[in-house]
Design a protein around this ligand. Structure first.
Ligand code: FES
Ligand code: FES
Length: 160
């Protein structure tokens, strides 16, 4: 199948790569751009492990064609830490033990990050609702919700 060039702004940097018309964003990220923090789970839109942000909104990268987001902004888990410091959501997941095997964690963190960007002070119900497309087989969700509440309480994350 003939490949076409696709240009994305990934984690603040413009990247161009060749993709077949049926290449999924998930595979482009992992295989073309070596951004393997985005996890491949069910491949069927059910688990949320492949969640990334496109123009600040969570999307399931296993369900969209890479070329369909040509010229858009994509954020993956690799784009969150700045200057060696974890983002407040990453730090809160770490502090609260909001992960066990970690497979769901990149998607959970990006969905949480997007939630806090549009709603800085979410209720527990709003957190659970925002994470309803992200499945976790390990934690039972309580510590994940606590981690998001903790992240929301940071005015500015100091790295301490
Ligand atoms: S791998 Fe995309 S939703 Fe499961
Ligand atoms: S920490 Fe293992 S699936 Fe969520």
């Amino acid at each position: 199948m003939k490949k076409e060039l696709v240009t994305l702004t990934i984690n603040g940097e413009e990247k161009t790569f060749a993709a077949a018309p049926n290449t999924l964003l998930l595979n482009a990220l992992r295989d073309e751009l070596n951004l393997t923090g985005t996890k491949q789970g069910c491949d069927d839109g059910d688990c949320g492990a492949c969640t990334v942000l496109v123009d600040d909104l969570p999307v399931l990268s296993c369900m969209i064609i890479a070329a369909s987001v040509d010229r858009h902004r994509v954020m993956t888990i690799e784009g969150l830490a700045k200057d060696g410091k974890l983002d407040r959501v990453q730090q809160s997941f770490w502090t609260e033990g909001g992960m066990q095997c970690g497979f769901c964690t990149p998607g959970m963190i990006l969905s949480s990050y997007a939630l806090l960007k549009r709603n800085p002070n979410p209720s527990e119900h709003e957190i659970r609702d925002a994470l309803s497309n992200n499945l976790c087989r390990c934690t039972g969700y309580t510590k994940i919700v606590t981690a998001v509440e903790r992240a929301a309480s940071f005015k500015e994350f100091t790295g301490k």
